[in-house]
Write a protein that binds this ligand. Sequence first.
Ligand SMILES: O=S(=O)([O-])[S-]
Length: 155
Amino acid sequence: MSRLNDLLEKTLSEIREIMPWNLVDRMAENPELIILDVREPKEFETLHIEGSIHVPRGVLESACEWDYDDTVPALVTGRDKEIVVVCRSGRRSAFAAKTMQELGFTNVVSLKTGLRGWNDYEEPLVNSAGETVGEEFADDFFTSKVRPDQLKPKP
Ligand SMILES: O=S(=O)([O-])[S-]
């Protein structure tokens, strides 16, 4: 049986990742670049990279095909476009990039360290009103809030 970390390790061996500073370069070099944010709606509303497309991980597969309520034309027609998938820390985006590869996307990568690393690298994030979000606010937002009952019980 695979656990999350096993699955993640296997997935990471099958996809490509880029670092936040590489994404800065790619944004400057490729105006066609698609940044795809696969976090949950509340997370995206709170902060995201300006200009990124939002498709929650849960509807990613149907967003990539015609004829669904979740269809995102830019994705369906973007199978050969450069796509950088982002999430909070780089796990969900890795799984999403792997799925997209299997769906025929030829140039998809995952942002290693996620938006958390992007913020640590002092790159800008905006909220759903388009206002810049403070670095400290973002830092706090990205901090894990695991409750005691979610921690692995001690033997
Ligand atoms: O978005 S995540 O990498 O924290 S699961």
